[in-house]
Write a new protein. Structure first.
Length: 282
C-alpha cells in the first residue's frame, strides 16, 4: 500500500495526499515541518499536520491575497507581510512595480530555507530581490514595536493553532492598525468558513471596533477543502473596497502583471458573500 499523509486540521473529517517521496521532514524550534511529493498536487508542505501549500494550486491563494488589496490601494509603496515563509506571497507582491519595499516577518527561518530548496517555484527568486527585507521574528511582536508604517499589510499565517494563534487576536490587530498608513489596507487568510465558521465571526468582532470598514472576500482553493477560503479585509478607507471595475482594469493593465486566477472582475465579485457567511458575521 502507498503511504498517505492525512491532514489533522479537523477532528472528524480529513483529506489525504498520496506520498510518493518525502523530501524533507524535521521538528524545528517552532513546529513539525514536512515537504513531500504527492501524486496529483505536486510538492506539498505541511506544518504540524496541516497542509499549508501545494505546487499545483498555490497561485490561487497567493494571487488573491496579494493582488486584491494591492490593486484596490493603487499606489502601495511599502508592504508588510506577516508569515508567508514559502515565499509565494512575497513573489506576487514584488510583481507590482510601484512597491518599493516588502518587509516579511517570518517566525521560522527553517521554513524559508526548506521552501527555497524544495519549493523553489513558490518564491521564484523573490528572496533575492533587493526590495525584499526579511525579518526572523514573531509577527505580533513586530507590529507592537515597529516604528514604520505600511500602505498594505498582509497576514499569511497558519490556522489559529500553535504559533499562528496570536495572529488572530485583538492585540495583533491593534498592532496592525498602528502600523498602517492613512488609507492603508489589511488583508489576511481567514480559513474555510463552512468548516471554520467561528474564525470569520471572531475576526469580525475583533477587527470591526478598530477599522471603519471590515469585510471578507473569498476564493476557491482546492487544497483548502470544505468550501470557499475567506480572506479578512480591514481599512479606514471604505472606498478602497468598492473600487470601480474600470479602475481596477486600468491598474491591472498598467502593471503588466500576468495572472492565472486573479482578474478585476473576479476581484469585484469576490466580496459578494454567501448568506451563511453573512449570517455568521451578523
Amino acid at each position: 500500500m502507498s503511504e498517505w499523509f492525512n491532514e489533522t486540521l479537523h477532528g472528524d473529517y480529513h483529506q489525504g495526499f498520496n506520498i510518493r517521496e518525502v523530501l524533507f521532514e524535521s521538528k524545528t524550534d517552532h513546529q513539525h515541518l514536512i515537504i513531500f511529493e504527492s501524486g496529483s498536487f505536486g510538492r506539498v508542505m505541511a506544518l504540524d499536520g496541516i497542509v499549508q501549500t501545494t505546487e499545483r494550486d498555490e497561485f490561487i491563494y497567493h494571487e488573491m491575497l496579494a493582488h486584491t488589496p494591492l490593486f484596490a490601494h493603487g499606489n502601495a509603496k511599502n508592504v508588510l507581510i506577516i508569515g508567508g515563509g514559502d515565499g509565494g506571497l512575497l513573489r506576487e507582491v514584488l510583481k507590482h512595480p510601484e512597491v518599493e519595499s516588502a518587509v516579511q516577518v517570518e517566525i521560522d527561518q527553517a521554513v524559508i530555507d526548506m521552501c527555497v530548496k524544495f519549493l523553489p517555484n513558490h518564491s521564484a527568486g523573490a528572496y533575492e530581490n533587493p526590495r525584499a527585507e526579511i525579518v526572523i521574528g514573531d509577527g505580533i511582536d513586530f507590529v507592537k514595536q515597529c516604528d514604520r508604517q505600511f500602505d498594505v499589510i498582509l497576514s499569511d499565517s497558519t490556522d489559529p493553532i500553535g504559533p499562528g494563534e496570536v495572529l488572530f487576536t485583538s492585540p495583533f490587530y491593534e498592532g496592525i492598525k498602528r502600523c498602517l498608513k492613512p488609507g492603508g489596507i489589511f488583508a489576511a487568510q481567514n480559513g474555510v468558513a463552512f468548516m471554520q465558521p467561528d474564525e470569520v465571526s471572531t475576526s469580525y468582532k475583533r477587527l470591526s471596533p478598530l477599522f471603519s470598514d471590515t469585510a471578507f472576500y473569498t476564493a476557491a482553493v482546492p487544497t483548502y477543502v470544505g468550501g470557499i477560503m475567506t480572506f479578512a479585509w480591514a481599512s479606514n478607507e471604505p472606498s478602497a473596497r468598492t473600487q470601480e471595475l474600470s479602475t481596477l482594469q486600468a491598474r491591472s493593465t498598467a502593471s503588466g502583471i500576468k495572472t492565472r486566477y486573479y482578474n478585476p472582475a473576479l476581484h469585484v465579485g469576490a466580496f459578494a458573500l454567501p448568506q451563511y457567511l453573512l449570517d455568521s458575521i451578523d
